[in-house]
Design a protein around this ligand. Structure first.
Ligand code: UDP
Length: 373
């Protein structure tokens, strides 16, 4: 049997490379890979790091493209790949436009769909936009739902998804993180950019920041930048912010923060450097989904700069706090973690609810059992 995995963005590549490794190591199912290029350079970097050469590379991202145009081109181009490859199953991950388009193109051809990281719900159709729609639409056509946690499984069952089609596996991001950390231990030179950045931080405690979501483009980024400017006036912290390529995110941060000492606005970090950053940071401030899952596995507290999150397990476990995008609240919550060692230790030591690093093997076993009679 043949499996085709669709990969579009950096987070999908990070969360799918362990599964592609596991499929190849297992050998029972032929593993083919289609990269859409939704995040051109960052996607290729992660796949190259993991030693994966896509069998199809669609290169579909171009500047200024509307979501309509991107979606239409993705459905058509992935559909052509499916007609040529005729896979037995299509794997998609998460909630991106590539994942939605891959699932829809497979559904139109009646090819079964497996959804990795199924069942995340913020409960609000418009937040996050457009991701919540993509997740629900993929769930509507998927034949296997690989839920990272019990809560994700329950969300699917509450939507009347067939119980036998839902499997709780843990999140493959933990597989990726542990693979990367082991590789870094053998090859520390993979994180040379971070070594240079750490030196420039002069031993101050590091706050790792990422911000890129569409839902924060409407004023959120400016309020976050104002909070960072205020935090940067403390003489005991250094802020490291890898800038997402989105032009409006970049310009807001560059305008507000370029001339601040101890704010390091850097280009997106390769995965090894980013794992090193999260590992050595005192805390993370983020609107990213993946970072909410990775940081607790490294014992780094996370403040989530969004109004809602579909990753409630971390909030419940105490590894993360939802702080919104109000500047004063971000400053106050960050100061608490800097100045109150007990508050920091409580978050750092809380249990990571997102998995044990063996999610990919569980997914391969379920698919192989179903496909090999
Ligand atoms: N990441 C990275 N380099 C960076 C910033 C993030 O490799 O400079 C990784 C991070 O480890 C995480 C993923 O990218 O696994 C998160 O991606 P992003 O924030 O773009 O998307 P989301 O998780 O919100 O879907």
């Amino acid at each position: 049997p043949k499996i085709l995995t669709v990969v579009g963005t950096r987070p999908e590549a990070i969360k799918l490379f362990p599964l592609i490794h596991a499929l190849r190591a297992d050998g029972r199912l032929a593993a083919r890979v289609c990269a859409t290029g939704q995040h051109a350079g960052m996607l290729a970097d992660v796949l190259a790091l993991a030693g994966i050469t896509p069998d199809h590379d669609l290169g579909l991202m171009c500047a200024g493209q509307s979501l309509d145009r991107l979606t239409a081109r993705l459905i058509e181009a992935i559909g052509e790949v499916l007609d040529r490859e005729r896979p037995d199953v299509v794997i998609v991950q998460g909630d991106t436009t590539s994942a939605f388009a891959g699932a829809l193109a497979a559904h139109y051809r009646q090819i079964p769909v497996a959804h990795v990281e199924a069942g995340l719900r913020s409960g609000n159709m418009h937040h996050p936009w457009p991701e919540e729609f993509n997740r629900k639409a993929i769930a509507a056509v998927a034949d296997w739902h690989f839920a990272p946690t019990d809560a994700a499984r329950d969300a699917l069952l509450a939507e009347n998804v067939r119980r036998q089609s839902v499997h709780v596996t843990g999140n493959t991001v933990i597989d990726a993180l542990l693979w990367m950390r082991a590789r870094l231990a053998r090859q520390p030179s993979l994180a040379e950019r971070m070594s240079a950045i750490e030196q420039a931080c002069h031993g101050r405690r590091i706050i790792a920041v990422t911000c890129h979501r569409r839902e924060n483009l409407d004023g959120g980024v400016e309020r976050i930048a104002a909070a960072l400017a205020e935090l940067a006036s403390r003489n005991d912290v250094a802020i490291v912010l890898p800038l997402h390529p989105n032009p409006s995110v970049r310009s807001s941060f560059l305008d507000a923060l370029s001339c601040r000492d101890q704010v390091h606005l850097v280009e997106p970090l390769g995965y090894p450097d980013f794992v090193r950053l999260l590992d050595c940071a005192h805390l993370a401030l983020t609107d990213s989904g993946g970072v909410q899952e990775e940081a607790p596995a490294l014992g780094t507290p996370v403040l989530v700069m969004r109004e809602t999150t579909e990753r409630l397990e971390g909030i419940a476990a105490g590894t993360a706090r939802l702080v919104g995008t109000d500047s004063d609240r971000i400053v106050a919550e960050t100061a608490r973690l800097l100045d109150d060692p007990v508050a920091h230790a409580t978050m750092a030591q809380a249990h990571n609810p997102y998995g044990d690093g063996r999610a990919s093997g569980r997914i391969v076993d379920v698919l192989a059992a179903a496909l090999i009679a």
